[in-house]
Design a protein around this ligand. Structure first.
Ligand code: FAE
Length: 538
């Protein structure tokens, strides 16, 4: 057993023995002293959030022997309810599906203009959709952050584009060391090509490939953190279905290597890391002794406040995601609790150029009733000098033939939004207009017009709640707000304060050209290595 797998094994035991519901403390037995209930008054290191950047940081701090507390506002997802499953079914969602909503808010709002959202009980569910005027942002809530709800597509960006967005980062190091490290530790795997060509689950992708190739486009396979061998056994009827049972955005009951199975399990297994759930960090200030003081709200399962407590940390890592970490920083700057934060905080935000679009297929072009919820193929038009687009072939897993093809296009849109602090709501406000999203639609349209033209097909007008064909009023890929080299130094150290770090998607300036979690993970690996070597004294 390697050291990492031994750690993961110990971590699974810690996750398995944590309380099933309500706020809980997850730790290996040796770390349980760090406040069995409530919060400890102080920890040498605190990591806010449990998504990609946070999980990497906690593992590396734990390995270095630094006692570390992770504060996560969502809950632990590991215990089946009465129906035998941990997560809500996708096609009949219940309260577990969404974070404190009375109705589901699905990305595909309608089919044949029929509203497909459902009433649900308000609960600390796993998927949140945060609304900001012309843009809303989907995020995961719970131990594992976005890894619990995402499509598992694990894509390393093109080197040339990575060099364009983060020119000051050494690309040799990233592509030689940190991207391979991230891919390995995330458990990235590729679909077996022979199985892909013959299986039922990807008939929809093969059909979209046929249409794209007819229009002269190239497609490329997309690596994944969903276990493709498990998926193959799903189709063979050997194991319970998850990807083949339409499960994605409300959580996968099987098959997915979410962070609680990888980085977080290994972090807990170091014996130095404790995770506290249903703990939302609200405010950060600095004490006279130079340590950080956090105000933390403990939530109940309907979002109510159980308690407000304070906790201290010498080293503070913000891993609450692009919108979460940025909100904490703009609030701290503008309410004066961290007054030396600069103007760059809150800047450089973008939705990674996300646009969704659907096409109607001919009666003889079947996508199949069984569709894997995990995309495995993309149309790669990123080399188009005028309209670079990488479009994932997305499923419409309704369990019946829909004669429709769906895509999530990632476009190169130079527009950027920014956040300000709104004292009336005590929240960050995103400034992003529909007009700023226009270049993404224009780029995607060039390619999908061509695909429709060559195949004599048309757009679907019935999928996004009204008659629009392109939907870019939401993003799955929020990026920026505390950009590397601008709001922080080149290793995520926040300018103006020592021992304060950003370690998540906030560091990336609005775009990665592909799905972002591999980039976030690799950057976090790079940054924490430097911070451990230069800043942290045990
Ligand atoms: P993230 O994973 O968002 O984690 C932040 C964590 O912090 C969450 O657990 C929050 O609950 C928690 N938090 C926030 N505020 C606070 C606070 N104040 N106090 C305590 N805790 C807090 O951060 N990306 C891909 O690469 N491939 C995909 O296939 C893909 N599909 C996606 C599908 C969906 C439906 C969604 C929502 C996202 C998808 N993404 C995908 C995006 C990806 O999940 C996202 O970029 C990463 O999860 C971002 O990682 P971070 O470390 O920035």
């Amino acid at each position: 057993m390697t050291q990492l797998s031994r750690r993961k094994f110990l971590g699974y035991a810690a996750l398995g023995s944590a309380a099933a519901y309500g706020s809980t403390t997850i730790a290996a037995p040796s770390a349980r002293a760090a406040g069995a209930s409530g919060l400890p008054d102080f920890a040498p290191a605190v990591v806010i959030g449990t998504g990609y950047g946070a999980a990497v940081t906690a593992l590396r701090l734990g390995e270095a022997g630094i006692p570390t507390v992770m504060l996560e506002m969502g809950q632990l997802w590991d215990t089946p309810t009465a129906d035998g499953s941990v997560f809500s079914p996708m096609l009949s969602p219940d309260r577990r599906s969404m974070w404190l909503k009375d109705r589901t808010e699905m990305p595909l709002a309608s089919f044949l203009w029929i509203d497909i959202d459902r009433r649900i009980e308000r609960y600390t569910g796993v998927l949140d959709r945060v609304h900001y005027g012309d843009m809303s942002v989907y995020v995961g809530r719970g131990v594992g952050g976005g890894s619990l709800v995402n499509g598992a597509m694990a894509v390393t960006p093109r080197r040339s584009y990575f060099e364009e967005i983060l020119p000051a980062v050494d690309a040799d190091e990233m592509y030689g060391t940190y991207f391979p490290r991230a891919n390995h530790n995330l458990g990235v795997n590729e679909v077996d090509r022979d199985w892909f060509e013959e299986c039922d689950s990807y008939q929809y992708a093969r059909l979209s490939r046929k249409h794209a190739e007819k229009a002269g486009y190239r497609t490329t396979f997309v690596p994944s953190v969903y276990d493709f061998d498990y998926m193959r056994r799903e189709e063979a009827g050997e194991v319970p279905r998850s990807a083949l049972s339409a499960e994605v955005i409300f959580g996968n009951n099987h098959g997915k290597r979410s962070l609680d199975k990888t980085y977080l399990a290994a972090a807990l297994g170091t014996g130095n890391v404790t995770i506290k759930t249903l703990q939302e960090v609200r405010d950060i200030r600095r004490g006279a002794d130079g340590t950080y003081r956090l105000t933390v709200r403990e939530l109940d399962e309907t979002g109510g406040t159980v308690a407000r407590r304070e906790m201290g940390a010498r080293y503070l890592f913000l891993g609450a995601g692009s919108i979460g970490s940025t909100e904490l920083l703009v609030r701290a700057r503008d309410t004066g609790t961290l007054p030396d934060l600069g103007e760059q905080v809150g800047q450089g935000w973008g939705p990674n150029g996300n646009v969704m679009v659907g096409r109607a297929n001919h009666a003889w072009d079947l996508t199949g009733a069984t569709q894997s919820g995990m995309p495995a193929l993309g149309i790669d038009a990123w080399d188009d000098p005028d309209n670079p687009v990488f479009a994932e072939i997305a499923p419409m897993p309704a369990g019946l033939e829909l004669w429709a093809s769906l895509y999530l296009a990632i476009t190169k849109n130079p527009e950027r939004g920014h956040f300000t602090y709104d004292p009336t709501t005590d929240a960050a406000k995103l400034h992003w207009t529909a007009e700023q999203g226009r270049p993404s639609i224009d780029s995607a349209k060039v390619h999908f017009d061509r695909i429709n033209g060559v195949n004599n097909t048309v757009y679907r007008h019935d999928l996004f709640g009204d008659t629009r064909t392109f939907e870019n009023r939401f993003t799955y890929h929020p990026l920026g707000g505390a950009v590397l080299g601008e709001a922080t130094d080149l290793y995520g150290r926040v300018k103006g304060y020592d021992n304060l770090y950003v370690t998540d998607g906030s560091l990336i300036p609005g775009s990665t050209g592909v799905n972002p979690f591999v980039t976030i993970t690799a950057l976090a690996e790079r940054n924490v290595e430097r911070v451990l070597a230069e800043d942290i004294r045990g």
